[in-house]
Ligand binder design. Structure first.
Ligand code: C5P
Length: 244
């Protein structure tokens, strides 16, 4: 097993920019525009569906770190094999849905640890999407509030070997209280206080994400839709640094 890439966890809260764009060319334009301001990018379903592994290889080739947000959720064997392929790409973080259950999470964690990929990939489990609220999850049969559901799923995922969690800032400090400092906490749903929430229902500012114990803040639209994306990224990093 390769053990490089550990520094990502040790060096405090970091900014990850979500490359929520349709094509490799659009992604590379964003990367060029943001320059040295950002070195860690999230490739999600939209971009990966269009560009496939090539975009990951290109980003790594230009010295960038990659969070591959595929939110895997399938039978354990299929997920383990997909995880092994993603590890071979050299992604630093990879997501799966904690709702996939105990055996699936264990299989994914084992595949990650058994990989001989170029860096040590961390598998992080999505608890409850930040676009969902109590009414939304009640509609799909979850009787308990989002907060309780997210905490239970998060505890299960970490107990099954996940390296960390994707969660709302609103749950992060409670995860820290219950699980300590070692799990990676990745928090999306970040908005500057003046920003538009869009479809996100559980949002928080960069400063409150840092104070809640987040390891990585994932930011998409507040940077991508800004008239000055590099400046927006700088502002968020400054707010993060001031809150440390
Ligand atoms: O544009 P915005 O900053 O809302 O983007 C947030 C990003 O984080 C999106 O790429 C979305 O897919 C992702 N995400 C999320 N909630 C989760 C997991 C990932 O919003 N629970």
């Amino acid at each position: 097993m390769n053990t490089t890439g550990l520094s990502a966890v040790a060096c405090g809260p970091e900014l990850i920019v979500a490359l929520d764009v349709a094509h490799t060319t659009d992604a590379l334009k964003v990367v060029e525009l943001l320059g040295d301001e950002v070195d860690f990018y999230k490739v999600g379903l939209e971009l990966f569906s269009a560009s496939g592994p090539e975009v990951v290889t290109l980003l790594r080739g230009s010295g960038k770190r990659v969070f591959l947000d595929l939110k895997l959720h399938d039978i354990p064997r299929t997920v383990a094999r997909a995880v092994a392929s993603c590890c071979d790409l050299g992604v630093e973080l990879l997501t799966l849905h904690a709702g996939g259950g105990r055996d699936m999470i264990k299989a994914a964690a084992e595949a990650c640890r058994g990989s001989s990929g170029p860096i040590r990939t961390r598998v992080v489990a999505v608890t409850v999407l930040t676009s969902l609220n109590d009414n939304d999850i009640a509609e799909v049969g979850v009787a308990r509030p989002v907060r309780d559901h997210a905490l239970a799923l998060g505890e299960l995922a970490v107990a099954c070997g996940a390296d960390g969690l994707v969660c709302s800032v609103l749950e992060a400090s409670q995860f820290r209280d219950r699980l300590g400092m070692s799990p990676i906490l990745v928090t999306p749903g970040i908005r500057l206080s003046s920003g538009d929430a869009g479809d996100q229902k559980r949002v928080a500012t960069p400063a409150s994400a840092v104070r809640a114990g987040s390891s990585f803040l994932v930011v998409g639209r507040p940077i991508l839709d800004s008239p000055a994306p590099a400046e927006a990224a700088r502002k968020i990093r400054e707010e993060m640094a001031a809150a440390r």
